[in-house]
Ligand binder design. Structure first.
Ligand code: NAD
Length: 382
């Protein structure tokens, strides 16, 4: 029997420091009946050396060895390689990763022309059975944690309340916008550092979670056209609702030392919750960390990857925080991939059961045919 051959290449996206398999998960895949080839240096930026992969049974291949791509049954990645690299894979090969499928015609064209089967982990349904494979959660957790550390390092004040011989210092006041996975981790981290935390979200279900972490929940505006939710995700709010929400948040932000922005709506532009007028009211020295910046930003004037000073308010456009904690981000992400692929690698074969809602949810193409046209538009169809 020919064993499925997995391939881990060096990540090529600018700024990407993570890797899709660690020595530990290579060992797990080999125990599941696979062979694993790893490009030399693939784990270097996340702290996993070639020798460690080799000790766990990986075959090390030279970077740029095109035949290693052609021999792979599955390429495991963090972000998708570019179309020229994808074209080196054999037709029918499986691509698994955070493929950024929403409105991505380049990806759609590349999958079709190389006739690839692809699983975009972003689309995994948020059900309990999928939790171990949920890479959005594992990475958002890291982003939420790191956002607070960045804010604390940039702030011109202490986070905790302190009673010193020179007098008492009041705790920092933190406003967290959005209480999903990243937001809740930001709340927990800010609370551990001793801040007073206020949280805004439009899903009433999170109120209890926020309060159990010792933060105060800002109830969403009472309006008829409240945004609904489906599958635990918020739906897009109307312009009128967002205007009412901004008005409500304006006073909170005027008194805040830190705002952590994590509000998102999957596949849509992030809601704009902090306007320029609201920034004008924030005190010099305050810090805004915008985790939604790559999706258009919750805050006016933040820019991906940049820290700007706006009349003394620091605006941090934090687009890639998991990449700043690459060792743990890779360890958790690669375990997510093992959990996702374990059922696919049954009996030493690579078999996709499209009846399984986990597989069907994230399968975006099969042998080049686009199967989630609600997310990814097939090339030539419009
Ligand atoms: P997300 O990144 O899509 O959004 C982050 C938060 O922003 C959400 O809580 C959302 O309600 C909020 N938001 C959207 N518009 C807003 C606005 N105008 N103002 C304020 N907040 C706004 O969400 P996520 O972190 O990926 O989590 C989504 C949901 O999935 C959560 O309920 C989470 O608990 C749930 N979840 C379930 C599982 C599971 O059961 N397997 C795993 C992970 C997450």
């Amino acid at each position: 029997m020919i064993l499925p051959r997995l391939f881990i290449a060096i990540e090529s996206a600018p700024g990407e420091t993570r890797v899709a398999a660690t020595p530990d998960t290579v060992k797990k895949f080999i125990a599941l009946g696979c062979t694993v080839a790893v490009e030399r240096g693939a784990g270097r930026s996340s702290g996993y050396g070639d020798e460690a992969y080799s000790r766990m049974g990986a075959e090390l291949v030279e970077p740029g060895n095109v035949s290693a791509w052609g021999q792979a049954d599955a390429l495991l990645c963090v972000q998708s390689p570019d179309p020229a690299a994808l074209a080196r894979l054999r037709s029918g090969a499986l691509l698994v990763g955070l493929l950024a499928p929403y409105d991505n015609p380049t990806l759609s064209a590349a999958l079709q022309s190389a006739q690839l089967t692809a699983m975009a982990i972003e689309l995994l349904p948020r059900i309990s059975r999928a939790q171990a494979a949920d890479a959005l959660s594992s990475q958002a957790n890291i982003a939420g944690y790191k956002s607070v550390l960045l804010a604390a390092a940039a702030l011109d004040r202490y986070f905790p309340m302190l009673m010193t011989a020179a007098g008492t210092v009041q705790p920092a006041r933190v406003v967290v916008l959005g209480a999903g996975v990243a937001g809740l981790q930001a709340v927990a981290t800010a609370r551990r550092l001793g801040a007073v935390v206020y949280v805004s979200d439009i899903r009433p279900a999170v109120k209890e979670q926020v309060e159990s972490l010792g933060a105060r929940f800002i109830d969403p505006p009472e309006m008829e056209d409240k945004p609904s939710e489906s599958g635990g995700y918020a739906k897009q709010a109307s312009d009128a609702f967002l205007a009412a929400q901004r008005q409500q948040l304006s006073d909170q932000l005027a008194e805040a030392d830190v705002a952590i922005c994590t509000a998102q709506v999957p596949g849509r532009r992030a809601p704009r919750l902090i306007s320029e007028d609201m920034l004008d009211r924030m005190r010099p020295g305050a810090v805004v960390v915008d985790l939604a910046v790559a999706q258009g930003g919750n805050c006016a004037e933040t820019r991906p990857g940049q820290t700007l000073d706006r009349n003394g308010v620091k605006l941090i456009g934090a687009s890639d925080l998991p990449c700043s904690v690459p060792n743990h981000a890779s360890a958790l992400y690669s375990r997510n991939l093992v959990a996702l692929l374990e059922p696919v690698l049954k009996d030493g074969q690579l078999t996709l059961n499209t009846e399984d809602e986990l597989i069907a949810g994230c399968l975006i193409s099969q042998d080049g045919a686009i199967c989630r046209s609600d997310v990814l538009t097939p090339e030539g169809s419009n």
